[in-house]
Design a protein around this ligand. Structure first.
Ligand code: SAM
Length: 213
């Protein structure tokens, strides 16, 4: 699990590119520059780890493009100590970003293969979220409420269970759409069950699927 000067140089360049593309939160850029993304990818893709691209991680899933990770993280506006629910652990890269931002992370994955892998990899890299194997549509009612919730797969609609599990004034960042295009949305919860939704442009995600595999 080598992380050398070349990797560090490539990460610095990646962070600069993301800044040029419009990511303005310096804390997010610093974390992108710090985390060795190549360690979250299969060996076959290591050479490409610092391109701004999504890559296969097995089980038909992908590690999100760095720009997308940075964009969703920026929208969450993580404060130190925030309790965050992540739906779609995948490679664990976004989980590591949230932890580096100072969040306490509860992460759910429905693919057993990816759940098993990230449960080993993240602690090896020094990251300790709470891992759950299950269906993220339902959230984690036993651990609610959360300050922030992030969904890292494309949902056909905003899951009501997730809205219910947000604290007042909390954010839910979720891409919503069909298989071709998803609109990034940030829902801000009101004092009770009211909320406001704002759209943040088009993205493309693997679909959020029901039940577990
Ligand atoms: N954050 C991940 C990363 O950086 O690697 C993104 C992974 S991928 C774009 C989305 C993930 O959501 C996949 O691992 C997929 O298996 C998972 N997923 C899809 N539907 C889900 C569900 N209902 N509950 C939990 N995870 C789900």
């Amino acid at each position: 699990m080598e992380d050398n000067f070349r990797h560090k140089g490539l990460r610095k360049k990646l962070a600069e590119q993301l800044k040029e593309r419009g990511i303005s939160d310096a804390r997010v850029l610093k974390v992108i520059e710090k985390i060795p993304r190549h360690l979250f990818l299969d060996n076959a893709f290591v050479e490409f780890a610092y391109l701004d691209k999504a890559f296969p991680i097995g089980a038909g899933q992908t590690i999100s493009q760095p720009y997308t990770v940075a964009f969703q993280t920026e929208l969450l506006d993580i404060k130190k100590g925030d309790k965050v629910l992540e739906v779609g652990t995948g490679s664990g890269y976004q989980t590591a970003v949230l932890l580096e931002m100072g969040a306490k992370v509860f992460t759910i994955e429905r693919q057993k293969l990816l759940f098993d892998r990230s449960k080993v990899l993240l602690p090896e890299l020094g990251y300790s979220p709470r891992f759950f194997y299950g269906d993220g549509y339902k959230g984690l009612p036993a651990f609610a409420p959360f300050d922030k919730i992030i969904v890292t797969a494309g949902a056909p609609f905003v899951p009501q269970d997730l809205i219910d599990q947000l604290k007042p004034h909390g954010f839910l960042v979720v891409p919503v759409g069909d298989k071709d295009v998803h609109i990034m949305k940030r829902l801000t919860k009101g004092q009770v069950s009211d909320y406001k939704l704002v759209n943040y442009g088009e993205f493309k995600f693997v679909p959020l699927l029901e039940e577990r595999e």
